[in-house]
Design a protein around this ligand. Structure first.
Ligand SMILES: [Zn+2]
Ligand SMILES: [Zn+2]
Length: 355
């Protein structure tokens, strides 16, 4: 544990002094991968050679990758990627706000699924997914009053940024979000449904599952908020996404329209920076403003900022005693900011009861 921690710091430090710059990119594809372990090993050896960093998941159902690639190796990386029959022509999304410090090592894991959905095989069909929408099409459809815009992400993601008028389930996981949406809109299967998520990967599954459950008119934002941000920039459109897009790397978010819609979980002031508590045994994910970061030394509480100054032996002892306490949810449940907009108040009430 300690060794990991030290390594992590060294690795983070090392990337600061790299003499080249990196591009942050992501891609995913639902595709049948016959032998995920063999595929993983092939990618790992090639991408290590190219000094790529990132977090990549491989399953029989496909691949989901968030990466940083040295700019001078980008051409070779793409050439290799597209030479793989499984990944030929896979669309790649580049980050808009990119300091290249998104990852500091290469991790490729084989998982049962690339997106944990809690759904049984056969309860959806990925060849039948919602209609893909461009940013412009999304604007047109979401402006129609009968359209239901649904955020398929978790509560800590929609807390810092979301589309105007979106329904945001108070869900800790994608699995919960899917169930909440199915339960809530059971009786509204004829409505026009418009889904969105970070990069589109969750909506492929969610839309497929909704269709399988009898929803008639399901569309999804193609490429998610990441692609949306690129398109509105290119077309010079006014953003209908307010706030920040939560991303799963060291940056933990990229600003879309510059607005801050969330609050510091410690003092309540406007803030949209997610951090993990500096007490590694706590590691709580929460929003912290700069003043509180200083006051609490990047910890979630006075208790944790006290703990980080204890000698290692005392911390180890504390870890054993507090073991139970630190288990379970490590995500702060905000009570300060409204999760759902007014017109969805009933849903909010209902969802908070459902927990
Ligand atoms: Zn604060
Ligand atoms: Zn803490």
């Amino acid at each position: 544990m300690l060794e990991n921690r030290v390594n992590k710091q060294i690795l983070k430090e090392r990337i600061k002094y790299e003499a080249f710059s990196r591009k942050t990119l992501s891609f995913y594809k639902y595709v049948n991968i016959e032998n995920p372990v063999e595929f993983r090993n092939r990618l790992f050896s090639e991408w290590s050679e190219l000094d790529c960093f990132g977090r990549i998941y491989i399953a029989r159902e496909g691949i989901n990758a968030q990466m940083s690639v040295p700019e001078h190796n980008l051409g070779r990386f793409l050439l290799h990627l597209y030479s793989l029959p499984e990944l030929t022509g896979v669309p790649i999304k580049y980050a808009i706000v990119d300091d290249g410090k998104s990852f500091y090592k290469l991790t490729i894991k084989v998982r049962p699924k690339i997106v944990a959905d809690g759904l049984e095989y056969g309860s959806y069909d990925l060849s039948k997914v919602g209609t893909h929408l461009s940013a412009l099409e999304f604007h047109e459809l979401s402006a129609q009053p009968e359209t239901l815009v649904i955020d398929m992400r978790n509560h800590y993601e929609s807390e810092i940024g979301r589309f105007e008028n979106a329904v945001c389930p108070d869900a800790d996981t994608f699995k919960d979000a899917i169930q909440m949406v199915i339960n809530e809109f059971e009786t509204q299967k004829d409505r026009k449904i418009l889904l969105y998520c970070t990069g589109g990967i969750r909506c492929e599954k969610a839309s497929s599952f909704l269709i399988h459950n009898g929803f008639k008119d399901v569309s999804q934002l193609y490429g998610g908020i990441i692609e949306y941000a690129q398109q509105i920039k290119l077309l010079g459109l006014q953003s209908k996404f307010i706030g920040k897009n939560f991303v799963f790397d060291e940056r933990l978010g990229e600003t879309i329209d510059g607005q801050v819609i969330s609050h510091c979980h410690q003092c309540g002031k406007a803030a949209d920076i997610h951090v993990n508590c500096a007490n590694d045994d706590c590691h709580l994910l929460f929003i912290q403003c700069a003043a509180c970061a200083e006051k609490y030394e990047k910890c979630c509480s006075e208790e944790c900022s006290g703990i980080i100054h204890l000698p290692i032996e005392a911390r180890r002892q504390l870890r054993i005693t507090n073991h139970k306490k630190y288990e379970g949810s490590k995500i702060y449940k905000s009570k300060l900011s409204p999760f759902l907009l007014d017109r969805n108040l009933n849903l909010e009430q209902k969802m908070s009861i459902n927990g």
